[in-house]
Structure formats: C-alpha cells, structure tokens
Design a binder for this molecule. Structure first.
Ligand code: S3P
Length: 418
C-alpha cells in the first residue's frame, strides 16, 4: 500500500492511542501461565500482539475477547507446528524464555525480517541456565529443570532481560539480571502484580520461582511509543495542539518527553493514577517554544530506542547540529532504522548523515514531499508520515505503508481525521 501524506495545517484534538505493545504481549504470555482467568481491556490489536496470541493458542491457551484462561505454571502443551512469530521480536524472545524452561521442545520462526534479527542474545543465557537452546532456526526447551543464574546482559534489552526472568520463574533458585543501562520494567511490575517475588536494586533484578501466579485484571494504557509520532507532529506543525489521555507514563518509558522538552517542545503531562502497577497520565503538546538541537548518548538512546525514528524527524527542524549516538541497536530492529530513516529523510531534503551507531542531523531544513520507503518497518512508515506533514512542494508517498498495522492499526485514518 502507498500512503500519500500532504502538508498539514494545524492539528487539533484528542488522540486515542492503541494499547501499549510491550504490556499487551506480557499480559497474554503471563496470563497464559497464571492460575485463573485474566481480564484485560484495551489490548493492542496490532499484528505483533496477534502473533503472540497465535503462538499461545498453538500451545493450548484459550484467549477469547478480553479474557486469557491461564493454564498455570505447568499447563502449556507442545504445539503441533513451529510457532510463527511474524514480525515480532518481543514474541520470539519472550516466548524463548518461557518455552526454554518447558520439558518439550519448541521451534520458533518468523517473517524474513525477524529471521534476520539476532537471537543468540537469548540462546546464550538460556543455555547457561541449563536449557537446550540453539539458533538459527530457534529451537528451545526439552531438557530437565533449569537453574537460576546471575546474568550480566551485554546489550541493553528489555526483551533479553524478560526472557531470562521468565525462564527464572521455572528455575531452581533465584535468577538475577544485571543491565548495563536500565530498560523498560513492565515485566518486573507485572510479575509483582501477579504475586511473584521480584527484587530490584542497583540495576539488578532478581526473581524467585513462585508457587503460582495470580491472574491479572487491568485496562492497558496507551502506548508512549505510538504517542511519539503525535508529539513530534504536534510540535512541528505550526498552531497545533494535541491531547492524549490514558497514556502509559511508566518512568522507564518517558525519557522521550524529557528529550523533546529539552529541544523546546511545549509538552505537559498530568497523572491519572495507576493500572496494575503501571502509572497512567495524559499528555498534551502545543508547538515548539524555543527550538534547540539536542544530543542523545548511549544511556538516553536505550530509554528512547523506539522513539528515535520520530526524533530524527524532529531534529531536521531544530537549529544546529543534533547528534544521536550509542544507538547501534537501531541497526537490528524491524529494519536497519539508521539506514531506513537516513534514506527517507535525505530523499525529502534533510541534512542527515548515518553514523555506525546513530545519525548526525543539521537543521532546520526545508523538507520536500518525495517518494519514500518504509522498508516494512512500522516505525519508519509513521515517522516519514510525520515528516510528510511539514513537507513543502508535492505530497509524500510512503511505499509499504500497510506495515503500520504491526503496532498502530488505524494510524492513517486517525491522521486524516486530525
Ligand atoms: C521491547 C523492548 C525493546 C523495544 C521493543 C519492545 C519489549 O526491544 O524496542 O519494541 O517489549 O521488551 P529490545 O529489548 O530489543 O531493546
């Protein structure tokens, strides 16, 4: 599908965000091993979460409407076919942790993009826990009981941390993960809400195997990473004001708000309470007051990794040189996001140089409508759509725009409505 985006006048109104992708995956997987039925509202219906649901159904889990019927810690049954994870790294890596601890073997496959992404990062710790695990193709499980380990993750990755903690639920003794840089902590919060013992201290997370997990009851908040596109659009399109209610504002996900504020964006946030241990709030953006360039280093990059494509668009309009470094992980996302964004924004006239681990972007530059490519990557498609809103000349045509369905079904309809 080609999406055509034209220069926008001011964007006004309220945006209903899709449910948080990270929390949605976890509710399904953790709910599947709970003792009892979990009830969830606001689950993301995007393709990635559908992949998780399909894998769990293949393992005998009933997921119907807003309920997940938990099988207990030892109730999953072997699937009769390889588990297809589609485009979803979170599905493949977290399922590897869950299934690495089972007595039966599972094979996990994915689409062309996912099959290229690194899985040794979960195979290695699982093997150290005594699991049978190999890649490629990804095969896990079918060995005796695992033992807890202390694992220092070489890459900042919430998926790796979560895979090890999930395996740790089934291991003998405690399992500890030590991270180089803190990453999103939805797994820790949710396991705690389900009654598991999870301790955190000085960058280390420790889980002990629980006797059982209680089912969940929650309304999933809106996805901060989905909000990132509207935050940038509401800042860059003159005269705009956009409000987003019920967004997940877990401190491990709000670094992007601070980054945009540093760049001069007029952003306000109001607390709306908590849902299953996850803070919720509303956010508003109303233009950019005093724009200035900002730099991102490795520490910040890990905290805003999914928002960096949107940030690259913002940086094209900031006066001076913005440098984003320490973000080599972008090279192994759904596409090589460093290359995909450099290609798309260059085609639109931006002054952007791809670095090994980020970009150097000089601004402000006048963007021009052009034909650009998503590379099958949802966040690239949405970021380039935002660039299209401020492009002059002709429209911006985005090739392969259907991939927004991965994390944001209805994105283009909402854009049109605004
Ligand atoms: C996620 C972790 C991040 C993020 C992804 C979702 C998660 O990946 O990019 O969209 O839900 O744990 P990494 O763990 O590879 O950094």
């Amino acid at each position: 599908m080609i999406a055509t985006v034209r220069r926008a006048r001011d964007l006004q109104g309220e945006v209903r965000l899709p449910g948080d992708k990270s929390i949605s995956h976890r509710v399904l997987m953790f709910g599947a091993i709970a003792s009892g039925t979990s009830r969830v509202r606001g689950l993301l219906v995007g393709a990635d979460v559908r992949s998780t649901a399909r894998c769990l159904r293949d393992l005998g889990v009933e997921i119907e409407g807003d309920s997940v019927v938990g099988k207990g810690l030892h109730g999953l049954r072997p699937a009769s076919r390889p588990l297809y994870c589609g485009n979803s790294g979170t599905t493949m890596r977290l399922m590897a942790g869950l299934l690495g601890a089972q007595e039966f073997e599972s094979i996990l496959t994915g689409d062309e993009s996912l099959e290229r992404r690194p899985m040794d990062r979960v195979v290695e710790p699982l093997t150290r826990m005594g699991a049978k695990a190999s890649w490629p193709p990804l095969r896990v499980g079918g060995q005796g009981p695992l033992h807890g380990i202390e694992y220092v993750t070489p890459v900042a990755s919430a998926q790796v941390k979560s895979a090890v903690l999930l395996a740790g639920l089934f291991a003998e003794g405690e399992t500890t993960v030590i991270e180089p840089v803190p990453t999103r902590d939805h797994t820790e919060r949710m396991l705690r809400a389900m009654g598991a013992q999870v301790r955190t201290a000085d960058g280390a997370v420790t889980v002990a195997p629980p006797a059982r997990l209680s089912p969940l009851e929650l309304e999933i908040p809106g996805d901060m990473s989905a909000a990132s596109f509207w935050l940038v659009a509401g800042g860059l399109v003159p005269g705009s004001r956009l409000r987003m209610p019920h967004v997940g504002v877990n401190p491990s996900r709000t670094a992007f708000l601070h980054l945009l504020k540093e760049a001069g964006f007029a952003i306000t946030m109001r607390s709306e309470g908590e849902a299953a241990g996850e803070p919720v709030g509303s956010i508003e953006v109303a233009g950019v007051a005093r724009p200035r360039p900002v730099s991102v280093d490795g520490q910040t990059a890990a905290a805003v990794i999914d928002e960096l494509p949107a940030f690259a668009v913002a940086a094209t309009q900031l006066p001076g040189r913005s440098r984003i470094t320490g973000a080599a992980e972008l090279r192994v996302k759904e596409s090589d996001r460093i290359a995909s964004m450099a290609e798309g924004l260059s085609a639109m006239g931006a002054d952007i140089t791809a670095l090994d681990d980020g970009w150097e972007i000089k601004g402000p530059t006048r963007l021009e409508g052009a034909r650009v490519r998503s590379h099958g990557d949802h966040r690239v498609a949405m970021a380039l759509a935002v660039a299209g809103l401020i492009a002059e000349g002709g429209p911006t045509d985005i090739d392969g725009a259907e991939c927004v369905d991965i994390s944001y079904p209805g994105f283009f309809d909402q854009l049109e409505a605004l």
